[in-house]
Write a protein that binds this ligand. Structure first.
Ligand code: TGC
Ligand code: FAD
Length: 400
């Protein structure tokens, strides 16, 4: 039998670059920012990664992590006072990136608590509301949810049906919200409802008569996060529970701007987790007499992933610097949310493919991130919403 031709040995190359940070974005961070990233990274390695696969498979939220998140100052981290850490926007971004390297569900929890619940109370709440809720929310003693999306269509919240009517000194709320993160475990809901004056924000405490928050089951995405419907059946809240500082759609949209900014960073972490595992896997796996990673076709796909991650990192860092300088605009956030979520889902899908059959197992991270990112690319404004936002910015024509 003729001997098969020998496959040439791949030439070794020693890289000076960090595969997760090819442009050394870390060198552009301050000492404080690096410290925050390292501390959250350790929390993710030590506390999130060991439990997250189990929670994802069991469709449970890792509630045991809330105290750890709070102890590091990650709840309401950008807010000043009221027991909050007062960190800058880049720190908040890095927090989201590290947490989502663990799982989008954990980052979602922090996004909702910080950007969607604590931010509106801090920005638009009365002093009494701030004192009542913020210190306990920063400690993780109270969990919030944010009710904007409705069953008939979340992309157009201006058309909301949930309404609140004045009755003496109280308000009576009727309606329903859908797809609400943290709903069933929340102690309070920051609810947006239509009134005769326009859209207003209400704080509805858990246990208020007529308010229910059943969990949505059977999700194939964000399984380590609680998602719920919210029902309001003649719910009575006092005037003291209305956010006095804002009327109109800009109230909830300004909260979304904060959360979307964090998501632009978060999804980078999910993509990095996929790439890191894939590099190890393709170097170890031998097919056709050589490491899978020694094939040009595989290297091109890994390089594509790295390109997408690097562009996302630079986009988010500049966005963060603009935010810290008070110059960030909603359209800039839309571009980064669109780009980075799209990049991350493409990385996760391709990573799943390159793992072959192993890629369908939750013992490897890509399929979990891939499934999670299906929610992330949808929530906080779908890709289409962000594309149309940029189209409007470029043309001055509102196509919504
Ligand atoms: P439009 O006329 O554009 O704006 C109405 C008013 O709002 C102001 N505004 C903003 N303010 C702050 N931040 C923003 N991003 C803003 N965008 C607009 C605007 O200046 C105006 O103010 P004023 O004073 O003139 O009244 O409103 P529109 O009805 O045309 O809608 C625009 C559109 C489509 C972009 C908006 O409706 C939209 O963003 N839709 C998508 C809805 C969405 O993203 N929902 C997310 C729900 S929360 C969620 O998904 C949480 S997931 C959390 C997790 O688990 O991580
Ligand atoms: P729709 O608005 O019905 O959109 C359906 C499709 O139509 C989309 O593809 C959309 O891009 C497209 N579309 C819409 N308008 C146009 C147009 N003009 N032109 C072309 N195409 C268009 N919401 C909250 O309020 N709070 C939360 O905490 C929260 N958490 C969530 C958690 C999860 C896991 C998920 C999946 C969602 C969550 N959401 C939350 C809801 C989320 O924000 C909405 O799902 C999202 O805004 C889209 O709304 P929708 O699902 O009703 O889709």
């Amino acid at each position: 039998m003729a001997a098969s031709p020998k496959v040439p040995k791949a030439r070794a190359y020693s890289s000076p670059l960090d595969p997760m940070d090819l442009y050394d974005v870390r060198s552009l961070l301050s000492d404080e920012e690096r410290m925050v990233q390292d501390a959250v990274g350790r929390l993710v390695d030590e506390k999130v990664l060991p439990v997250i696969q189990g929670h994802f498979e069991n469709h449970t939220f890792p509630r045991e992590l809330v105290a750890d998140l709070a102890a590091l100052g990650l709840l309401g981290s950008s807010l000043e006072g009221y027991g909050c850490a007062g960190m800058n926007a880049v720190c908040y971004g890095l927090i989201c990136q590290e947490l989502e390297r663990g799982d989008s569900g954990v980052r979602s929890f922090v996004s909702v608590q910080s950007s969607l619940c604590m931010y509106p109370i801090h920005s638009y709440g009365s002093e009494e509301q701030k004192q009542r809720y913020l210190p306990r929310m920063a400690k993780g003693e109270l969990i919030g949810c944010f009710g904007l999306t409705e069953p008939h269509g979340g992309s157009d919240p201006a058309n909301m049906k949930t309404h609140a009517k004045r009755r003496g000194k109280d308000w009576v709320i009727n309606g329903a919200k859908m797809w609400i993160t943290n709903g069933a475990i929340a102690d309070l809901c920051v609810l947006w409802a239509m009134t005769d004056e326009g859209i207003r924000g209400f704080i509805v405490d858990k246990g208020t008569a007529g308010f229910t928050a059943p969990e949505i089951k059977h999700k194939f995405s964000l399984r380590a996060s609680v998602t719920s419907a919210l029902f309001f059946d003649n719910v009575v809240v006092p005037e003291a529970n209305v956010l006095p500082g804002v009327v109109g759609l800009k109230g909830p949209l300004s909260c979304l701007t904060q959360a979307r900014y964090g998501i632009t960073w978060g999804v980078i972490g999910a993509a990095q987790a996929c790439l890191r595992q894939l590099i190890d896997y393709t170097k170890d796996r031998e097919l056709f007499g050589r490491a899978l990673a020694a094939n040009q076709a595989i290297q091109i796909r890994l390089a594509e992933m790295s390109r997408k991650i690097t562009l996302s990192q630079l986009l988010s860092l500049q966005l963060g610097r603009l935010k810290d300088a008070g110059k960030m605009t909603p359209a800039q956030v839309s571009l980064a949310k669109w780009n980075n979520a799209r990049a991350a889902i493409e990385v996760a899908r391709d990573a799943r493919d390159m793992l072959g059959g192993a890629g369908i197992s939750a013992e490897y991270v890509p399929i979990r991130h891939m499934l999670n990112l299906e929610s992330v690319i949808t929530y906080e404004g779908t890709e289409t919403i962000h594309q149309l936002t940029i189209g409007r910015e470029l043309t001055g024509i509102n196509a919504f």
